[in-house]
Design a protein around this ligand. Structure first.
Ligand code: MLT
Length: 212
């Protein structure tokens, strides 16, 4: 553990039987409130668990340290992913939750990808919005059959298309059931992200791994 202080977080209990549990992971400069509306839009009635990243970059919360834009401190990525995994496990006990599906945006998508590389058992699946390869060494464990949706932006100035493609291949190589779509947008989220994430989650909830 890099830090024994608890994660500040929000928890919204499920408002519908059978609804999934989503782990909402914000982008750089966000907080635990940011993605609750997104969670409600893409999975109405879902339980939402939303921690705040504990790294501060010029006062902006993140989930791990970076050396420069798109250049990660990989030792910190590893340590922070383990801290987040411990938080998820403790929150599951505290709130009586199944393994959540991560929904991460930008830095939040990158820490979710790191969990899939290092500790896939803590997640039931993941929606990775504008994600990058989190660790150069590749996934360390199998993520057999784990449903993963990656939504990239063709005009994303932060995530090169080839990097997102490498992430999709690496997760596929680890056995995950990856759907990767590239939208005609930049790094910001769009209505198409919301629609695709909602349709994909509905299919996952009904037990199939979807094509969107
Ligand atoms: C990161 O640092 O995780 C990525 O560059 C995305 C970002 O937060 O800007």
């Amino acid at each position: 553990m890099t830090n024994a202080t608890p994660f500040a977080h929000r928890f919204e209990p499920a408002a519908r039987g059978g609804a999934p549990t989503l782990l909402m992971l914000h982008g750089t400069g966000g907080n635990e409130d940011d993605l609750l509306p997104l969670g409600q839009m893409i999975a109405p009635g879902a339980a939402l668990l939303s921690p705040r990243g504990r790294v501060l970059e010029h006062g902006m919360p993140r989930f791990f340290r970076r050396l420069a834009e798109g250049v990660f401190d990989e030792a910190d990525v590893r340590a922070r992913a383990m801290d987040l995994a411990a938080f998820i496990e403790a929150a599951r006990t505290r709130y009586d939750l199944p393994a959540p599906i991560a929904v991460g945006y930008s830095n939040g998508a990158n820490i979710a990808a790191a969990l899939l590389y290092l500790k896939p058992e803590v997640l039931a699946g993941a929606v990775l919005l504008r994600a990058m390869v989190p660790l150069s060494a590749g996934p360390e464990l199998r993520a057999e059959g784990k449903p993963v949706l990656i939504l990239s932006g063709a005009m994303d100035a932060i995530v090169p298309a080839a990097n997102a493609g490498r992430l999709a291949s690496a997760l596929e190589g680890a056995g995950a059931a990856v759907t990767h779509r590239t939208l005609p947008v930049g790094h910001e989220l769009s209505q198409a992200d919301i629609r695709m994430a909602r349709d994909w989650l509905a299919t996952v909830e009904h037990g199939a791994v979807p094509a969107v």
